[in-house]
Every structure is written in C-alpha cells, then in structure tokens.
Design a protein around this ligand. Sequence first.
Ligand SMILES: NC(=O)c1ccc[n+]([C@@H]2O[C@H](COP(=O)([O-])OP(=O)(O)OC[C@H]3O[C@@H](n4cnc5c(N)ncnc54)[C@H](OP(=O)(O)O)[C@@H]3O)[C@@H](O)[C@H]2O)c1
Length: 271
Amino acid sequence: MNQSTGFLRMLSMTAALGLASALLAGPAVAADAAAAVKSGTGPAAVVLVAGATGGTGREVVRQALASGYRVRALVRDEARARPVLGDDIEYAVGNVLEPATLGRALQGVDYVVSALGSNSQKEPENRPERVDYGGVKSLAEAASKAGVKHFVLVSSMGVTQPDHYLNKAFDNILTWKLKGEDALRASGLRYTIVRPGGLRDEPGGKAGIRAMQGDPKGIRAGIPRADVAAVCVNALGRADADRKTFEIVSGVEGERVDWASFFAGFAADGR
Ligand SMILES: NC(=O)c1ccc[n+]([C@@H]2O[C@H](COP(=O)([O-])OP(=O)(O)OC[C@H]3O[C@@H](n4cnc5c(N)ncnc54)[C@H](OP(=O)(O)O)[C@@H]3O)[C@@H](O)[C@H]2O)c1
C-alpha cells in the first residue's frame, strides 16, 4: 500500500471508529485521571514508570505527578536518574534484563507505564529482543504476580509490518516489540497498548491527536513525547481503555481531546 492509500484507509478507519472528534490540546496533563485520584478517599494510587529516564518516561513521570499519583521510577542507576527526575518521586533500582530485580520494585504498585526502549547501538547487550520483548515480558509477568491493576505499554507504529525499514535498521525492533505486546496480552493483566508514530521532543498539548487502529501502512507522521505521555497517564485505571491497542500521531492544531470518547472509540483486541 502506498502512503496516500494508507492515509485514506486511516481516515476512513478514524471515522468508522468515531474518533474524529477525539482530539487533544490544552494542558497535556491527565485531567480525568487527576479527578479520579483526587476524589478517592484513600492514598494516591502508585504508578511505576519503566523507562522513566527516557524522553517519554520523563514526561510520564511529570504528568503522573501533576495528576496526583504517587510515582515510582524503575531505574538502572539511581545516582544518574535523581538529578533528572528529582526528589518528589520514589526510586526502585532494577533492570528488566534481570527479572529478579522487578518483584520488589512492583510491591504496592497499582499501575505500570512502560516507556522502555532498547539502545543496542550504545549497549549491545540491551538489544530489542532482550528489552522490547524479553524485558516487557518479564515486567508484565512480574506485574501480574504483584496484582497490578493496569499496564500501559508504549509500543510503536509499524510493529505488524515485518518489512518495515526500522526492522532492517535496528535488529528487528518492530517485530520484537510486537512480541512484547503479545506477552503483555498473554499476561492476564488489564492493559492498553499505545503505538506512536515518530517521537518528537516538543511541548505537548499544542495539537490534537489523530488515532487509528489496525497499524495502517505508509503513515509518515509523528507526535510529541509529551502527548504520548498524556495518553498513557489518562489511560490508567480506565475500564474503557482495557484490552485496547491503537496508533497515534499529532492531529489538528488547537483541538482538544475528550478522553472518554477517545478511549471508548477504540475496539478491544480479540481474545
Ligand atoms: N524514537 C521514535 O521515534 C519512536 C517511535 C515510536 C515508538 N518509539 C518507542 O517509544 C518508547 C519510548 O521511546 P523514547 O525515545 O522516549 O525512549 P528512550 O529515551 O530511548 O528511553 C528508553 C528508556 O528505557 C530504559 N531502559 C533501557 N534498557 C533498560 C533496561 N534493561 N532496564 C531498565 N530500563 C531500561 C532507559 O534507561 P537508561 O536511562 O538507564 O538507559 C530509558 O529510561 C520506546 O519503546 C521506543 O521504542 C520510539
């Protein structure tokens, strides 16, 4: 399929899903989630962020804190992470390549957001097979054992396309990410899988979010990491986000999202 047919398919899917009006703007902070947390009578729910020191993970940490959650960062090196993420969160030292380090990190955790990413160019042992598949699988299994209520995974557009150029460039990264998704689906957890287009380091909330399902080919669009984080934080604990997988890129400047219709508009994964 070429780019324009892919785009048309995406538009028609978007309309069919009733997502045309589900667009984001305004502060990229998770207002619905904040209301849910703040209206609770007990202590704030605990969110474990894996990949917290990464570009998207940092935004998840910031927005989850701003939404009233207690945030715990899963980090490989606390001394390196603390100057980046600050003192308002808890730290759990762990490495997804070492599953034995994960149980403790997950104690008392309500929700997990994984913004993990492999970096085999810098660290050859940290390759996609081990992080995007094995690491996600270990984290999902440990989360299931720990009684986590919802797991939100940042995956990627293109994971169902074996011939995608990113597979050739980066050790089959997309194929391993799809296997990571499948491991989460098999874990028995409530889950939401967010598949962004190309990530950008730009402020969030400036444009809407264009959402689609079915991993259409030929989409050459991106999205700020902050807007990906907003989707992740808003998904936490939502029954209408459970068992849902969808792709996102930036939408129209200045449009706002209605989170309820955003999540309700997606079809759930088949069993
Ligand atoms: N780049 C794109 O355009 C694009 C497009 C679509 C989807 N994505 C996906 O979106 C996600 C977020 O991307 P990003 O660029 O924001 O991430 P990133 O900046 O590359 O951060 C990756 C994070 O994963 C952590 N990590 C790596 N290996 C680990 C391990 N073995 N154990 C524990 N933590 C580990 C890193 O920790 P350290 O600080 O310790 O290294 C870091 O916090 C990734 O899954 C990526 O593949 C990216």
